[in-house]
Design a binder for this molecule. Structure first.
Ligand SMILES: [Fe+2]
Ligand SMILES: [Fe+2]
Length: 212
């Protein structure tokens, strides 16, 4: 995370303007300052993407709320992640960090969030969402391309004019990144990839990086 991002960590106006002050404090208490700075940047970018793509006010509010909550569990211990989101696969038992989207969804639910659009976007920021889920796509794209990451600027720019296309690039980038690193790919990530590019698609584009 950049120094610039850490400075932004104290500025949560994007959330408080929407009456999310209580959730801001719940999230802030569970993440590092650098993580919170990332969360703010994701929310600001996701809000800009939503605006540029003609989202309704309700969709824009859902995007910002989901962005605030998406990494609420990202800095928890493995034991806490497993307690909040019991593993379903050997891959998840071996890598509890893979559970952080589902764990964040559970935290949000416990904190009173009931909107399925918001909850689905929180969980889906790790393994992807359906290609018709605009709120989930905006969060996913903002998460992998927020400026503090220093990668995927082309995805960020594309998202301002063509969100579905940017989402396609983002998912392909993540799959390609995992393949390049020789990491095992979660079946839900593969399912998202196949839903987008088809069952007999060529390998993902090798021109970008992804991370959760
Ligand atoms: Fe994130
Ligand atoms: Fe994440």
């Amino acid at each position: 995370m950049s120094d610039e991002g850490t400075t932004v960590a104290t500025d949560a106006r994007v959330f408080t303007a929407q009456g999310l002050g209580r959730l801001v404090e719940l999230v802030r208490a569970r993440v590092t300052p650098a993580r919170f700075a990332h969360i703010v940047r994701v929310a600001e970018l996701a809000a800009a993407i939503a605006e540029a793509n003609g989202f309704t006010p309700q969709e824009r509010a859902a995007v910002v709320e989901a962005a605030l909550l998406h990494d609420a569990a990202r800095d928890l211990s493995d034991a806490e992640l497993v307690r909040l989101a019991p593993p379903r696969l050997a891959l998840e038992r071996a890598h509890p960090l893979a559970l952080h989207g589902r764990a964040a969804r559970e935290l949000a639910r416990r904190w009173g969030v009931t909107d399925e659009v918001v909850l689905g976007a929180i969980e889906g920021h790790v393994f992807g969402v359906a290609p018709h889920d605009r709120v989930g796509m905006a969060l996913y794209v903002a998460d992998v391309s927020e400026p503090g990451r220093g990668v995927n600027a082309h995805i960020r720019e594309l998202a301002m004019t063509d969100l579905p296309s940017a989402y396609r690039h983002a998912v392909c980038s993540k799959v390609e990144y995992l393949e390049r690193c020789g990491k095992e790919i979660h079946p839900d990530t593969l399912a998202t990839y196949r839903a987008i590019v088809g069952p007999a698609a060529p390998p993902a584009r090798p021109d970008a990086q992804g991370a959760s």
